[in-house]
Design a binder for this molecule. Structure first.
Ligand code: PLP
Length: 400
């Protein structure tokens, strides 16, 4: 472990604050370190391996596709792309798909689609995209500009123009921000990196109203919340909502890099021949993995399961909060996307949980973020809850 850490310091750009854990292999909800020690994965590689690690059917779909066709480029028709697009469209009210390779690239695509729709289809001088404070939309120049967190932008100016950030869940501020150049509102239904912050139903109504009144596009970033994570296939389906564009990535291919921009026929007209593209996007390999993911989810009722287990998990956590009212401020989330907001910086608790074999994420310093594989068992959830409950009795862990 020490050698690996040293080599990483020597050869990798130091962009990540890594956990003191080297993962050698993983299966289902279990991670194994270099010494074979087991960890319960409550993070799924940041909501990517939603069906668990090395799901045997996904592994075999990838292996058999790899032996048939890995990549040929978008100069050619490929069955896997069309099959996947058809299946994805059936999960929502979108009509068309553009495949890419990551979340940032999907959001970049959504931003480009919005601008081009205004320029070429409506022929209007509207380009500004309104996003929310605390949001996270990616690390490319455009998507980090759209992101509502200053630390992500530090040192990268000049940033591209055309973005405006307004306070989260503040309907008045949103209304004030709309002007004749506004093209779209882009938001996460539940902010992931931002600390599991849920959008208010009333606020959402206002968003819908404003979009209708000013003919704005609504872009929903479902990169973290999609693919069943919140107990609906897409998190926006918890609300009465007809987005124009949905972006997806993370869990789409259960670990292979893949992103998608889903859009309506109306907006899709703006992406005509030659207007956008990517070499790797929608490779048969990634598509085969994603097709298998959708097949498994449908067969196993994964989305319903996430809803059911999420409710139980939340109820248990509420009980634990009542045991420690001065230590847990709030428990929030939907489905298997949970945030436990502590009333103190959570580094020590997070470290203690890791030592006990529970892998999760600490975000915004005080929020324990849980994104377990959707196949997790109630026994494993209980095991985590019991451990957290007992650690919260140790007051030395509950301070800086
Ligand atoms: C992770 C994430 C992104 C960025 O995805 P990358 O694949 O890391 O580029 C964008 N939006 C949201 C909501 C995310 O959670």
């Amino acid at each position: 472990m020490k050698d690996l850490q040293q080599a990483a310091d020597n050869y990798l750009c130091p962009t990540y604050a890594r956990y003191p854990l080297a993962v050698k292999s993983a299966l289902g909800c279990t991670l194994y370190d270099l010494d074979g020690k087991e960890y319960l994965d409550l993070l799924s590689g940041i909501s990517v391996c939603n069906l668990g690690h090395s799901h045997p059917e996904v592994v075999s779909a990838i292996a058999s596709q790899a032996g048939k066709l890995i990549h040929v480029s978008n100069l050619f028709y490929q069955e896997e792309q069309v099959d996947l697009a058809k299946k994805l469209i059936n999960t929502c009210s979108m009509n068309k798909v553009f495949f890419c390779n990551s979340g940032a690239e999907a959001n970049e695509g959504a931003i480009k689609l919005t601008r081009r729709y205004m320029r070429k289809v409506l022929q209007q001088d509207r380009f500004e995209i309104i996003t929310l404070s605390g949001s996270f939309h990616g690390r490319t120049l455009a998507t980090l500009t759209a992101t509502g967190q200053d630390k992500i932008k530090d040192g990268f100016d000049p940033l591209p123009p055309g973005f405006k950030i307004v306070p989260h869940n503040d309907a008045h501020a949103l209304e004030q921000a709309v002007n004749e150049h506004t093209a779209a509102i882009m938001l996460e239904i539940i902010q992931g990196e931002g600390g599991i912050r849920i959008i208010d139903a009333r606020y959402m109504e206002k968003v819908v109203q404003l979009c209708a009144r000013h003919d704005l596009l609504l872009i929903v970033d479902e990169i973290q919340t999609g693919m069943g994570r919140t107990g609906m296939f897409w998190a926006h389906q918890h609300y009465q909502l007809n987005p124009d564009i949905i972006t997806s990535a993370k869990a789409l291919a259960n670990g292979l890099p893949m992103g998608a921009v889903l859009c309506t026929d109306k907006t899709a007209r703006a992406f005509d021949q030659g207007s956008h593209g990517t070499t790797f996007g929608g490779s048969p390999l990634a598509c085969a993995a994603a097709l298998k993911v959708l097949e498994i989810m449908e067969r196993e009722g994964t989305v319903y399961r996430a809803d059911r287990l999420g409710r139980e998990f939340m109820a248990i956590m509420e009980g634990i909060r009542l045991n420690h009212p001065e230590k847990i401020k709030e428990v929030r989330g939907k489905g298997l996307m949970l945030g436990i907001e502590l009333s103190f910086p959570g580094k020590n608790i997070w470290q203690a949980l890791l030592n006990k074999g529970f892998v999760l994420n600490l975000t915004q310093e005080t929020v324990l973020r849980l994104l377990p594989p959707l196949i997790i068992s109630m026994e494993d959830i209980n095991r985590f809850c019991v451990c957290l409950d007992s650690l919260l009795n140790d007051s030395t862990l509950c301070r800086n």
